[in-house]
Ligand binder design. Structure first.
Ligand code: AMP
Ligand code: MG
Length: 329
């Protein structure tokens, strides 16, 4: 029996989740947003600092537990924005000292893959489409391996940057999805897949030019953006499935909330006889529950840090998925 609290703070979201024996019993979060322009790391960190006590108390209430019931505190160690990660680390360390409970450092990207377990996935390929990250990840021969990834920006940041050019604020993804819904004409855009990697910068430049020259309405451009870029992502995910010989696909990341991306991924899985798993929206976006969920798996296999070794724990802003030392599989 373990009761694990998980803290997420890698970018714009501060989240606290609580998991007991693989069941999520709380998942509270708050997201830093702006009216226009992108994410400013120190502002987002301030948001986390201000909101953390409130989110923490709400999570305890939702779970119906008391602080003393917590066995360990898992936190997102990386990758992410350093000021934001530091707020999460500080919060986790203070809690760990006060409650005298150990810390469990969790890799954010691996947590996105493993949370697929709540939907029944056992050994999946993750199509991880978030703001800063775009990767196709799976566990193979002792490591979480990156089979494909973006060669420049994350798909979410790409969509958000396009939205900023169009003057519609952050986050842009949900707004672009609405515009795309009204789009009728497909406007040709560059298609950039290289093996299992993708790139977005050329498409962004092209879209920016089309916006400035008014070659197409925002509706049509949004529609064309989604059709092109999601086809790229699904194509690379399919290639990764074939390459590693797995038959389960899990979606993760905020962009995976997009219903058109979900539809395209589901169809691809149907066509090749693979199982398609799409966790609930609250688990696709950045959240504390996935940190607690993987934290519990790690904790149960004996990974935890107390005392001096806990004090020494630091953030890992640039930790790559394949650098994660896997001692729990
Ligand atoms: P994450 O970094 O995983 O929390 O995801 C945040 C990113 O998801 C931001 O770039 C958002 O613009 C994007 N996003 C959220 N909802 C949608 C949506 N419905 N369609 C496309 N992108 C989305
Ligand atoms: Mg994420």
């Amino acid at each position: 029996m373990a009761l694990i609290l998980g803290i997420e703070s890698t970018a714009h979201t501060f989240g606290v989740g609580i998991v007991r024996n693989g069941k999520i019993i709380a998942n509270k979060r708050d997201m830093y947003t702006t009216e226009s322009g992108g994410i400013i790391p120190v502002d987002s960190a301030r948001h986390h600092r201000e909101l953390s006590p409130k989110i923490y108390s709400e999570a305890l209430v939702e779970a119906g537990i008391e602080e003393k019931d917590i066995d360990a505190i898992a936190f997102s160690q990386g990758p992410g924005l350093p000021p934001c990660l530091l707020e999460g680390l500080k919060f986790a360390k203070a809690l760990s000292e006060r409650l005298e409970k150990p810390l469990v450092p969790v890799n954010h990207c691996v947590a996105h893959l493993e949370i697929g377990g709540v939907t029944g996935a056992k050994d999946a390929v993750l199509l991880y489409c978030s703001g800063a990250n775009t990767q196709i990840i799976s566990y193979a021969s002792g490591k979480y391996r990156v089979f494909g990834e973006t060669l420049d920006t994350g798909v979410g940041n790409f969509i958000d940057t396009f939205a900023r050019y169009a003057g519609i604020g952050f986050p842009g993804g949900p707004k672009i999805e609405k515009f795309a819904h009204e789009g009728k004409n497909y406007i040709e855009l560059p298609y950039a897949v290289k093996g299992m990697d993708v790139s977005f910068s050329g498409i962004l430049t092209n879209l920016r030019q089309k916006l400035e020259r008014k070659e197409g309405s925002l509706e049509d451009l949004s529609f064309s953006l989604q059709e092109t870029v999601f086809a790229m992502l699904v194509e690379t995910a399919e290639r990764a499935l074939a390459h590693v010989g797995k038959n389960e696909l899990v979606l993760g990341g905020g962009v995976a909330c997009n219903s058109r991306l979900q539809e395209m991924a589901r169809k691809m899985c149907e066509e090749r006889g693979a199982k398609y798993f799409c966790p609930d929206r609250s688990l696709l976006v950045d959240n504390g529950a996935m940190i607690a969920y993987l934290g519990e798996i790690m904790f149960n296999s004996g990974i935890s840090f107390s005392g001096e070794s806990a004090e020494k724990l630091d953030i890992k802003p640039r930790e790559r998925t394949d650098e994660v030392k896997v001692r729990w599989k």
